[in-house]
Design a protein around this ligand. Structure first.
Ligand SMILES: Cc1cc2nc3c(=O)[nH]c(=O)nc-3n(C[C@H](O)[C@H](O)[C@H](O)COP(=O)(O)OP(=O)(O)OC[C@H]3O[C@@H](n4cnc5c(N)ncnc54)[C@H](O)[C@@H]3O)c2cc1C
Ligand code: FES
Length: 260
């Protein structure tokens, strides 16, 4: 984990309220594990806390990385106004990332993402593809206007899309697309990122699966394990006292490991 003033290469809106921000700097050398995140200082004096954003893509040769984010509050709205040529104070990469070292050629891998949980799955999918895995993506969005990166994911594997209102793909949430996929394939590994409702479905469906992983999102302050702002509870703990820090012990956990 390092800190650097990274240069903004470009920023563009790629869907409704969704922005793709490309940064360059030596820090990219450290960005090898999909699922890790950057902790970004918003260039505004009264915003002291950094904002966690997942690595969506890394190009080691160009020394570039991409984060994709949705404008939510003051910080991300301020970020969306930045343009090329500027600099951004970046800490990272943080978190443990997705475990992919045991993925073998021709294994069937299921990636499940919802909304702003989709970005980290892109770098993950690229790395899985380079290992020769067979990838299927199930991606859920609020509606058609929120869709992004569909063509890019199609180049890496098959894809099923759900929208809450049925304006594109299957109507409903991720659970609506799972049964059809599971009828024909038993995935060797599953990776999921998205809102809690999605994570609950995947946690339940693959509770006993030895290689099923969830990426959790918690409000963060330090991002490096020092402040305990981001704790979640351990599942197998009758006392209810044990917790894990999402920033440095996560954000990726095995299904059944923590309470979603
Ligand atoms: C590991 C991780 C990866 C993430 N990756 C992405 C991503 O790739 N794209 C994306 O759009 N969003 C991502 N998020 C959520 C993103 O961090 C928040 O949407 C963002 O921090 C909101 O900031 P804001 O200033 O717009 O909102 P505000 O509500 O003004 O933020 C106030 C404070 O709350 C914190 N905060 C608010 N919402 C969240 C949240 N959901 N998670 C953590 N902290 C929060 C902020 O960091 C800030 O300190 C991720 C969150 C985590 C924990
Ligand atoms: S955000 Fe400080 S310990 Fe996780």
């Amino acid at each position: 984990m390092k800190q650097e003033m990274m240069q903004i290469v470009k920023q563009k809106m790629i869907a409704k309220d969704i922005f793709e921000l490309t940064l360059t700097g030596n820090l990219t050398k450290e960005m090898t594990t999909p699922g890790q995140f950057l902790h970004i200082k918003v260039p505004q004096q009264d915003l002291l806390m950094r904002r966690p954003l997942s690595l969506a893509s890394v190009d080691q040769q160009k020394k570039e990385c991409v984060v994709i984010y949705r404008t939510e509050g003051t910080g991300t709205k301020r970020l969306s106004g930045l343009t090329s040529g500027g600099e951004l104070d970046v800490l990272g990469p943080l978190g443990n990332g997705f475990k992919i070292c045991d993925v073998k050629k021709e294994e069937h891998i299921l990636l499940v993402g919802g909304g702003i949980g989709v970005p980290p799955l892109y770098e993950l999918s690229k790395q899985l593809k380079s290992k020769g895995a067979i990838i299927h993506h199930i991606l859920g969005f609020h509606d058609k206007s929120a869709l992004f990166y569909i063509d890019k994911f199609k180049k890496l594997g098959t894809i099923s899309i759900t929208t809450d209102n049925g304006s594109y793909g299957i109507k409903g949430h991720i659970g609506a697309a799972l049964p059809e996929y599971l009828e024909s394939v038993t995935p060797d590994a599953i990776y999921a990122c998205g809102p809690n409702a999605l994570l609950k479905v995947i946690n339940q469906q693959f509770l006993e699966h030895p290689r099923a992983y969830l990426s959790l999102e918690e409000r963060m302050a330090c991002g490096i394990g020092a402040c305990y702002a981001c704790v979640c509870h351990v599942a197998d703990d009758p006392s209810g006292q044990k917790s894990k820090k999402v920033c440095d012990e996560g954000p990726i956990f095995k299904t059944g490991e923590v309470i979603v």
